[in-house]
Design a protein around this ligand. Sequence first.
Ligand SMILES: CC(C)(COP(=O)(O)OP(=O)(O)OC[C@H]1O[C@@H](n2cnc3c(N)ncnc32)[C@H](O)[C@@H]1OP(=O)(O)O)[C@@H](O)C(=O)NCCC(=O)NCCS
Length: 193
Amino acid sequence: MIIPFQGMVPKIGSRVFVPDNALILGDVTLGEDVSIWFNCVIRGDVNWIQIGDRTNIQDMSCIHVTNAKHPTRLGSDCSIAHNVMLHGCSLGNGVLVGMSSTIMDGAILGEGCLVAAGSLVREGFKAPPHSLIAGWPAEVKGPLSQGQQELVASIPARYLRYKEAYFKDGWPMAQAPDHPQPQGGFAEGHPYP
Ligand SMILES: CC(C)(COP(=O)(O)OP(=O)(O)OC[C@H]1O[C@@H](n2cnc3c(N)ncnc32)[C@H](O)[C@@H]1OP(=O)(O)O)[C@@H](O)C(=O)NCCC(=O)NCCS
């Protein structure tokens, strides 16, 4: 379901996969060839969310923002595994966030990082490119091994194939809805009054 909110309409690139039971709302931009999987929630109501080309967001993940303070930005070729919470953070290109991890407001992860499954990345955490980040709370363990780099690089291509298989099976490509009339009166502090 792709729906406007308070006059803000999601922008959707070409060949994007969004099943009906995923929610994309408000000021959300999805690049080309993005795939959003079943039961995800991407709620751009009180700040913006940008998701780069070929990024995949796997089932049950949730992406939100903090009003007027922390938008969420994901680069291209990122993989967000199942049941991840991303809140007000910024990820460079080619980042893999492992299953059931949480990344909090103001965290900035450089290009090609790997967040191990089940990690908690605290507010304002910073990691240099190509780092392994792991733990609860998470710390930088060091540069990725060859095997870890191969894992990170392999998943976006796999998910491009998966969403094309769904299109072949008759699932529709996502379309942006028509622009509604803006409505005033959003909550105090809204960045787009
Ligand atoms: C990180 C991961 C890739 C393991 O890589 P690995 O090369 O086998 O890593 P190692 O077992 O050598 O561990 C390296 C360090 O990270 C720690 N670590 C690894 N996985 C961890 C996890 N999930 N949580 C906390 N710490 C973890 C290890 O304890 C070790 O720490 P140390 O250096 O202080 O001893 C794997 O645990 C993982 O999280 N994969 C992501 C799976 C996923 O979500 N895939 C997407 C599905 S499409």
